[in-house]
Design a protein around this ligand. Structure first.
Ligand code: GDP
Ligand code: IMO
Ligand code: MG
Length: 447
């Protein structure tokens, strides 16, 4: 039995969907614990592509229970579209369970998200416009609608009459938008409720039962460490806690039940939306990474900003998440390059620093200090063992593992499930803390 958290170690889109799908073959339960339909997780199996926003990436395994936990926010319209899409592809969703206490994204959340971004002008965050921030804001303000409210038609009518009239003041007076018709929204959401009702349960109880029965549980993070509300590049973050700690709060599982944390990172860096990004490449190289990596958002289709691997944020992610090992994805995207740069430290206001600064204004002034490594200039997409990798690629991996003091347990060389090298068992291999009890850095890819 092992309970494992998979998190994004950068700014999202690291390939969490691929890695979660891969690890789901030995999981009994896969749980999403935060975020909403701002996420876009891609899985490619035998040439078929699946794009998931809310449904956990374990859904392709019919015997694996999939749970949308209480820390997520649920847009029922998009969730239902996702269920329909999977049904069309003959993928069963009978094993999907939805938390009663997750909060629900309403039409006013989407409208306010988009209107407030417009109002912010040059201060905009570059959100996905899916109403995520306003849904979490209502949760904190204690005026949110939860899934269990949707399941109670009389209660929902009463609650939404009041809330929509309250939100209409904001829509009309602050944003100059037409008001919503409470009756229309109520009927629409009661329809969604009936569709989702068979999936709705007390998921914390289900997970607790699974733990008692010593089942393997995989917690699937959305977004990434640097987008975390508390630990990311605030205010250019999302409104939830993608870090490993969020998995406990977002599912109702105690920290003592967690066995392991796996971080997912690209072999370079991308970011969507606004905010500082020290290793961003603006010229031809950035375009090359974008083209080779097909770096366009799964949810919004926006072009992702691309840059070199940043080991400062890598080390930060290892620390903040208590990461045991790492899955490094998209190594193949670097195949053509003559040389590759890795940011080993920052220069901040004339001083060298190896630490991620807590202030975003300071972070915006960080200049990367690079180490240049030779490229390998051959295709790696068909490699299935470390021995098959060109020496320069192996050296690159060793360099990153040593720099971040974390073993690389998985290397991904293509979008497909099989384009993967398992360096060591990421779930049952030694824990990072046990690798070097005397404080010496982890060497190589585990050894
Ligand atoms: P997530 O949000 O972390 O699940 O990542 P996304 O699915 O949004 O973005 C990752 C993209 O890279 C998807 O299109 C994946 O199919 C693709 N991908 C994942 N791993 C690899 C890899 O090793 N190589 C390449 N070329 N593509 C990959
Ligand atoms: P996955 O799970 C990459 C970014 C947005 C924006 C900021 C806030 O696929 O990795 P929000 O709509 O959440 O209020 O937007 O966060 N963002 C993501 N970037 N991958 C994601 O999810 C993201 N979800 C949100 O671009 O900068
Ligand atoms: Mg994504």
């Amino acid at each position: 039995m092992a309970n494992v958290i998979v998190i994004g170690a950068q700014w999202g889109d690291e390939g969490k969907g691929k890695i979660t799908d891969l690890l789901s073959r030995s999981a009994d339960v896969v749980v999403r614990y935060q975020g909403g339909v701002n996420a876009g997780h891609t899985i490619v199996v035998k040439g078929q592509t699946f794009k998931l926003h809310l449904i956990p990436s374990g859904i392709l395994y019919p015997n694996t229970d999939c749970i949308i936990g209480c820390g997520t926010v649920i847009d029922p319209q998009i969730l239902i579209a996702e269920l329909d899409q999977l049904k069309e592809l003959n993928i069963s969703t009978d094993h999907l369970l939805i938390s009663e206490t997750a909060h629900v994204t309403m039409p006013y959340h989407r409208l306010i998200d988009q209107a407030s971004e417009e109002r912010r002008g040059s201060h905009k965050i570059g959100t996905t416009g899916r109403g995520i921030g306003p849904t979490y804001a209502d949760k904190s303000e204690r005026i949110g609608i939860r899934v269990l409210d949707l399941m109670d038609p009389d209660g929902l009518r009463e609650q939404l009459e009041w809330t929509i009239n309250y939100k209409n003041v904001i829509l009309e007076k602050l944003y100059n938008l037409p008001p919503l018709d409470p009756g229309e929204v109520i009927e629409q959401y009661l329809g969604y409720a009936e569709r989702l009702r068979p999936h709705v349960v007390d998921t914390s109880l289900k997970i607790s039962d699974a733990i008692v029965r010593r089942r393997n549980i995989l917690f699937e993070g959305a977004q990434g460490t640097l987008l975390d509300l508390d630990h990311g590049t605030y205010p250019y973050v999302t409104s939830s806690n993608p870090v490993a700690g969020g998995a406990c709060v977002g599912t109702g599982v105690g920290p003592t039940m967690i066995d392991r944390v796996i971080g997912v990172s690209k072999a370079y860096t991308t970011r969507v939306g606004e905010g500082p990004f020290p290793t961003e490449l603006h010229g031809e190289l950035g375009e090359l990474l974008c083209d080779r990596g097909a770096e366009f958002g799964t949810t919004t289709g926006r072009k992702r900003r691309c840059g070199w691997f940043d080991a400062v944020i890598g080390r930060y992610a290892v620390r903040i998440n208590g990461m045991d090992c790492m899955a490094l994805t998209k190594l193949d995207v670097l195949d053509e390059l003559e040389s590759i740069q890795v940011c080993v430290a920052y220069e901040i206001d004339g001083d060298r620093s190896e630490h991620f600064p807590t202030s975003s204004r300071k972070f915006a002034r960080c200049r990367p200090i690079y180490k240049t490594l030779p490229g390998w200039q051959v295709s790696t997409t068909d490699c299935r063992t470390l021995e098959e990798l060109p020496q320069q690629a192996l050296d690159y991996l060793k360099f990153l593992a040593e720099l971040m003091e974390v073993p690389i347990a998985i290397v991904s060389l293509g979008a497909s499930r099989d384009q993967t090298i398992i360096v060591e068992d990421p779930i049952h291999g030694p824990k990072r803390a046990l690798l070097h009890p005397d404080g010496t850095p982890a060497t190589l890819l585990s050894a």
